[in-house]
Each structure stands twice: as structure tokens, then as C-alpha cells.
Design a protein around this ligand. Structure first.
Ligand SMILES: Nc1ncnc2c1ncn2[C@@H]1O[C@H](COP(=O)(O)OP(=O)(O)OP(=O)(O)O)[C@@H](O)[C@H]1O
Ligand SMILES: Nc1nc2c(ncn2[C@@H]2O[C@H](COP(=O)(O)O)[C@@H](O)[C@H]2O)c(=O)[nH]1
Length: 719
């Protein structure tokens, strides 16, 4: 698509002209000016996504029969038509060769290989809806949604999820349009499709299609929103989806049950409207239908065929058993032999009251036959920074069942007493310094760096009320930076793994320092877990609507003292690499995406450390840790150059302190608390406040100044 159009937004205009990207010299298109802002009130497209059999077609059909303002974008597919499906109405049925040729001709907005067949939305299909003056409704798979998200089509994206995978299996079986193997494939793909809910920003709404009427009511509301051109409301998708292991549903049995006299499925759709679902339970399996000739199926629903389906289901029951067995086996094999090192994996489920949670290893996104492998890339421009390149190791497992957890949090998990509220009364007028002054006077408590902020450079004032996210906030430098920035009137998101430490920090900031609790958000999150990191912008947007992360301090980092290249622990290498390098990069990416979305660029500060510049204890095996820090140093420069290359006003700084008196040394020595004393007793080391002050100075620089690298060493530190 390129950056020219906002397809799906505009109703037809009388002065229609040919649009170069859509329609390709065919019918006239509504006039769409290049890069023109979308006028408020123009409708958005409505993109419906969800696993096969969840009820997308059923819902769309009902929605359209209720209101004729919606028009269905008829997709192309290389799969065979099912009985009753009409060419040009349910799909344009085509051959793979023809499809590929038309892809090459640039006729598709998006396309993907789904469950072994190619499906795609042609520009013409969307155009046909637009010229009819209706709101375009698309039923596409997850890959298609990802592609469209990268285009500049204005749309509301709705994910329809089943109440459980068992229900999904029953619906697929009950529909009677696929055989056991195709259903197994679709069910297996459903796991990764549901898992796509964890992709931050991909969907705007989630509807669980349990009760069809309730689901329809919810979809109707969203559809009217799209029709009115309203933006989606924020925070409508859970922060995390966890799919739990469970035995594979016995699909063959479901097919048998569904074939029994009275299948308990909702009524089939009105024949007058477009119904991509074809819900008649007596239709033959797709494998059977594929043998039929011609594009328009006969609609044969004879009892003979129905018997054939049952027989085919029966026959496949044996295979089904085989699938379960082989799935189990492969799961075991993969888990034992292919489990990557711990820190690179999404963690196992943690249902404690955390604000972010992880997807179990078995559910890491995978292609499951849905890959684009044999297909060329979609023709519209793809911004590389918005591409979702999931690098998770893939472990496939044939056991499924899932649950949605952690609806976007309403509030931080710690509620603190009224002291914060008292200060909140003066929040709007008081400066951070005022608040600290009051605190110091009232309580007699002098936080270690509180006084610092009494002399905050005026440059920091412009960050007041904006949002800073600090990783590794539970102790040392991270904790101190949170206090300093909160004291400067900046809203602080403190990210760390240890909940208790965050609670302590919250008490320090909101009680001891008297910062309003409305300015502080503690988030339990492991920066090595992509799924957790991905939820951070959403949590921030939920807590402070209309805002986003303006400042990112990538402080989380760690070292281990058993990392010799001769005999070190690979686990320790992985921990360091995943925390120091990948954690930094993943946080950076989600924050950049948030900044891009808001077109508002702030400041990213990376903790490089002196170890990114020199190697003090190479003979003792310090090379690996220093290597990770050197990587962060170069990545910092890479980020700066990427930002420059894109012409965005992001500022990027690196801080490199020498020895700071923190827990770093005890972590390095696997919890030996005495290690801190040993490492810091030779001379007066830096304290975390020294580093926090340097960061504040970076932030206070005027717009035309970017502080690149600050190296600070204790006066007596030699190397
Ligand atoms: N809420 C519901 N409860 C029970 N059954 C339902 C519900 N919604 C839809 N169904 C049934 O589930 C089956 C699958 O629905 P449908 O064909 O609409 O799914 P779909 O998401 O469009 O699938 P596909 O992506 O393969 O086209 C149909 O038989 C339909 O009647
Ligand atoms: N990426 C796209 N996916 C599409 C399109 N049209 C349909 N679909 C998806 O395919 C599956 C399977 O459909 P079925 O009709 O064979 O059951 C379904 O989940 C649809 O969402 C498309 O144009 N692009």
C-alpha cells in the first residue's frame, strides 16, 4: 500500500478519480489525497480476526443482516468451495497460479497462507464496498491483520476468541465443513492465533464469543464506532493471554457427536446475506469437497454424504489417536531436547497479581503452516520497525486449552494510605521541589537524593507530568532514578521483578517523599520476557489515558562471576545476554513503537557502565559481561543513528558509571552480600545518587543538545 491512502475510511465522493493503488485502472475510486489526514467522522474499516470456527462469519453475517451500512470484503482463496458457497459472494475461488500472478500484479492489499491455502484481500474487493458507500468489513487471519496494521488503512481490529479450545473444536466439528485432519490443523493453528493477542497494539478489541447474542451486541457497538469514525477506546484487550496445557480434544468424537441427529449449534444464517460460515452440519468434509469439480459447489447435503463424513471421521479416529500420541511425544522431545536456556524463554505461567505475565514456552508464536514461506511479500510498504519478528524458540505441542488473564490493570497492585492524597491536593501547583521541600520539613526524612531535586535544572521542568519508565527499579541506581525523577514531577513507571521491593519503593516515593500516588506506577515485569515487556505501553496508557512513555531508562542489568570463556556457565551467559542486551532492546522497541504511534519522541537513556569501555577483570572471566555492555554501547549508537535516519527527534544517551555501591556485586557473586563490601571498600565509590544526577542532567539538556556518553568514575578508581 505505501503511505498514500487511507483505504477503508472514505465513503465515495462525487468527484471520484482513479486511485493508483486500489483498483488499478478499473472503476473510479473516492478521491484520496496523498498523506491527507483522515477527516474526523469518516468511517473506519472493521477487521475481524480470530481462529477458524470461532464464529467470525456467523457474527459478520448477523451484523450485516441487521444493518445494511456494512459491506463485506469478499476475499480470494485457493481452497475449494464448500457446498452452498457462491463464487464472488463468499469468496472468489481461484487457483494458486492465478493468485500468485495477481499478487505479482499488485492486486492484493494483503494475503497469507492460512491452514495450507492462500487467502487474500484484493484492492478491488475493498474498493467495491467503498464505492457502494458502506463500511468495509474484513474477515481475515492474524497474518492478514499484521499486514494491514503496517499499511495506513484506518480500521478497528477486533479479535474474536472462543470461550475455550474445546468449544472451538466442537464448533469446527459441528460445522461439518472440514475433516478431522483439517480441523486438527485449524485447532493447532488456533493456539498461535490466540497467542497473537499478546502482540501489543495488534488488536483494539477482544470479544469472547460465548453467547452469540452478547458477542453480536458487543460487535455491533464496535461496528457503529467504526462507522462513526471514532477511534477505538484504549485498553480493551487483556495484557496477557496464557494458554494452558490440556489434553487434545478428541476431534473425531466431536465430529461423531455433531453428526448425531440434532446438533446443538446456533441456527444457520439467513440465506439473503453474505455468510462465509456455511453452518449446515450435514455438509461433507473439505477433503471430500475438494474432489468436486468446478468453482460453484452443488450444495449437496445428502444423507449419503453425511454418512461419508461420519465414516471419514471414524476412519480418521485412528489417525487422531496417532496425532495425540505423536503430539505428546513431540512435545516431550522438544521440551527435553530443544528447550532453550531459561532466560530466553517466555516464563511459565505466573498467576500471582502481577501486571504483566508470560506465555508458557509451549505457546510461543509459531507459524504452524501459516507462514508466508512460498509467497512473495505483500506489496505495500512495510516499516521495518513495526514488523513483528518473533524470535521465540518454537515448541509445538498438541495439547491445548487456554485462559485469558490479567485484564488491563485498573490500578497498581499496592494501595497506599492517605498521605499521597493529601499531597495530591497541591499537585497541580507544587513543583517536585516544593513537594520534596514539604516532605523534608514535615517528616524530617531526607531521602538520599531528595535534596538533589531541590536544585533541578530548569530544563527538567519540561518533563513534568510526562512519563518515565525505569527498568531495574527495585534497587540501587534504578530505585534512585525513580525517586529523583518522581521528585522532579515526572510520572514514574518503576519496572522490576521483585514485587516487595517495588512496594518498598512505592512507600519511599509516595509516603516518605510525599509524591502523589497518581504519579507513580509500579509494574512487576521481567525485561527478558517479550510478552511481558510488550504489555508495558498498554498498562501506562490504561493508567494515564492519553499519555505514553516519554522517557525510557534501560537500567536493568546484571553480571555473574562464573562466566569464564574456558569453563563458565552457559546459563550465566544467557542471563547476562538476555537481561543486559535483549532486555534493553525489547524495552526500547516497545517504547519506540509507542512513541511512533503517538508521533511523540522523548529520551532513551541506556546504562552502559564503565564495563562497556574497558575490561578490568578479563583474566577472571569478566569478558562476557563486558561484552554485553560493549554491545549496549554500540546498540545505543545504532539507535541514535536509526533515529537520525528516520528524522525523528529522539534523544539517546548512555551513562557509564564505574564502581557504584549497589547490589550488583552480590548478584554477581550469587547472593554473597559480603561481595558488596569487598568490592566497594577500597575507596569511596559512587553512590546511586551520583548516577541519577547525571541522568537528570542528560534530560535537562535543551532540545538541540543530545548528551551522548557520560562516563563517571570514583576519583580513586584506577581502571
Ligand atoms: N456463540 C456460539 N456458540 C456456539 N456455536 C457458535 C457460536 N458462534 C458460532 N457458532 C457456530 O460455530 C461454527 C463456526 O462458525 P463460523 O463458521 O462463523 O466460524 P468462522 O470463525 O467464520 O470460521 P472460519 O474462519 O473457518 O471461516 C458454526 O457452525 C456456527 O454456527
Ligand atoms: N489473510 C487473510 N485471511 C483470510 C482471508 N479470507 C479469509 N481468511 C481467513 O482464512 C481462514 C479460513 O477460512 P475458511 O473460509 O477456509 O474457513 C479464516 O479464519 C479467515 O479469517 C483473507 O482475505 N486474507
Amino acid at each position: 500500500m505505501g503511505a498514500e491512502q487511507s483505504v477503508g475510511v472514505h465513503p465515495p465522493a462525487s468527484n471520484a478519480v482513479v486511485d493508483a493503488n486500489i483498483g488499478l485502472n478499473q472503476q473510479p475510486m473516492p478521491e484520496i489525497k496523498n498523506n491527507a489526514p483522515v477527516p474526523a467522522g469518516n468511517p473506519s474499516a472493521l477487521v475481524i480476526v480470530g481462529p477458524s470456527g470461532v464464529g467470525k462469519g456467523t457474527l459478520i453475517s448477523k451484523l450485516m443482516s441487521e444493518n445494511n451500512m456494512f459491506g463485506f470484503s469478499t476475499s480470494h482463496t485457493t481452497r475449494q468451495p464448500r457446498p452452498g458457497e457462491v463464487h464472488g459472494q463468499h469468496y472468489y475461488f481461484t487457483t494458486k497460479e492465478q493468485f500468485c500472478q495477481e499478487i505479482a500484479e499488485g492486486k492484493f492489499l494483503e494475503y497469507a497462507e492460512v491452514h495450507g491455502r492462500i487467502y487474500g484481500t484484493s484492492k478491488q474487493a475493498v474498493r467495491d464496498v467503498l464505492v457502494s458507500g458502506r463500511v468495509c468489513v474484513l474477515d481475515i487471519d492474524v497474518q492478514g491483520a499484521r499486514s494491514l496494521r503496517k499499511s495506513d488503512i484506518r480500521a478497528i481490529y477486533v479479535f474474536i476468541a472462543p470461550p475455550s479450545l474445546e468449544d472451538l473444536a466442537k464448533r469446527l466439528a459441528g460445522r461439518g465443513t472440514e475433516g478431522v485432519e483439517q480441523i486438527s490443523l485449524r485447532l493447532s493453528n488456533a493456539k498461535s492465533e490466540i497467542n497473537s493477542l499478546n502482540e501489543q497494539g495488534l488488536y483494539d478489541y477482544l470479544i469472547i464469543n460465548d453467547d452469540i447474542d452478547e458477542a453480536l451486541a458487543k460487535l455491533g457497538e464496535i461496528a457503529r464506532r467504526a462507522a462513526s469514525g471514532l477511534d477505538p477506546e484504549p485498553g480493551q484487550v487483556p495484557t496477557s493471554v496464557v494458554i494452558e496445557d490440556a489434553p487434545l480434544p478428541d476431534i473425531a468424537q466431536y465430529i461423531k457427536d455433531a453428526a448425531a441427529p440434532a446438533p446443538a449449534e446456533p441456527a444457520s444464517q439467513p440465506s439473503s446475506s453474505i455468510d462465509p460460515s456455511t453452518s449446515a452440519p450435514s455438509q461433507p468434509a473439505e477433503e471430500e469437497v475438494m474432489k468436486q469439480q468446478g468453482l460453484v459447489a452443488s450444495g449437496d447435503t445428502s444423507a449419503t454424504k453425511q454418512q461419508g463424513l461420519v465414516a471419514s471421521g471414524d476412519t480418521s479416529a485412528t489417525k487422531q489417536q496417532g496425532l495425540v500420541a505423536s503430539g505428546d511425544t513431540s512435545a516431550t522431545n522438544l521440551t527435553s531436547s530443544a528447550t532453550p536456556p531459561q532466560q530466553l524463554l517466555p516464563s511459565t505461567t505466573d498467576m500471582t497479581p502481577v501486571t504483566t505475565s508470560s506465555v508458557p514456552p509451549s505457546l510461543a508464536p509459531h507459524s504452524n503452516g501459516n507462514s508466508h514461506s512460498s509467497l512473495p511479500e505483500p506489496s505495500h510498504n512495510v516499516n521495518p520497525t513495526t514488523t513483528n519478528n518473533h524470535q521465540h524458540p518454537t515448541i509445538q505441542q498438541e495439547s491445548i486449552s487456554y485462559s485469558l488473564v490479567n485484564q488491563v490493570q485498573e490500578a497498581p497492585y499496592v494501595s497506599l494510605p492517605a498521605v499521597a492524597d493529601a499531597s495530591a491536593a497541591t499537585e497541580s501547583s507544587a513543583t517536585g521541589s516544593d513537594q520534596l521541600q514539604r516532605l523534608v520539613q514535615a517528616s524530617g526524612i531526607v531521602p538520599s537524593v531528595a535534596t538533589l531535586t531541590l536544585n533541578v535544572d530548569a530544563g527538567v521542568e519540561r518533563w513534568r507530568g510526562r512519563v518515565a519508565l525505569i527498568t531495574g527499579a527495585s534497587s540501587g541506581i534504578g530505585s534512585e532514578v525513580c525517586q529523583v525523577l518522581a521528585g522532579a514531577g515526572i510520572r514514574v513507571v518503576a519496572v522490576a521483578r521483585r514485587k516487595e521491593r517495588l512496594e518498598d519503593l512505592q512507600r519511599t516515593i509516595c509516603v516518605d517523599m510525599g509524591i502523589p500516588s497518581s504519579h507513580f506506577l509500579p509494574v512487576v515485569c521481567d525485561v527478558t520476557k517479550e510478552a511481558e515487556v510488550a504489555t508495558l505501553p498498554k498498562i501506562v496508557a490504561k493508567r494515564w489515558p492519553g499519555t505514553g512513555i516519554d522517557i525510557l531508562v534501560n537500567n536493568a542489568g546484571m553480571s555473574r562471576n562464573d562466566a569464564s570463556l574456558f569453563e563458565g556457565s552457559v546459563g550465566s551467559w544467557v542471563e547476562m545476554l538476555s537481561t543486559n542486551v535483549l532486555g534493553t532492546c525489547m524495552c526500547t522497541k516497545v517504547v519506540l513503537q509507542d512513541m511512533m504511534r503517538r508521533d511523540s519522541y522523548g529520551h532513551i537513556i541506556n546504562m552502559v557502565g564503565l564495563s562497556g569501555h574497558r575490561l578490568p577483570d578479563g583474566p577472571q572471566g569478566g569478558g562476557f559481561y563486558c561484552g554485553t555492555k560493549a554491545a549496549v554501547k554500540m546498540i545505543t549508537e545504532g539507535l541514535r543513528q536509526e533515529a537520525r535516519g528516520r528524522g525523528v527527534p529522539l534523544r539517546v544517551s548512555a551513562i557509564s558509571p564505574g564502581i557504584v555501591e549497589t547490589e550488583f556485586f552480590s548478584v554477581r557473586a550469587f547472593g554473597d552480600v559480603d561481595a558488596v563490601r569487598k568490592a566497594t571498600s577500597q575507596f569511596k565509590c559512587l553512590d546511586p545518587g551520583d548516577v541519577a544526577r547525571a541522568m537528570l542532567w542528560c534530560l535537562s539538556a535543551p532540545d538541540h543538545v543530545e548528551v551522548n556518553d557520560i562516563v563517571i568514575r570514583p576519583s580513586q578508581q584506577m581502571i
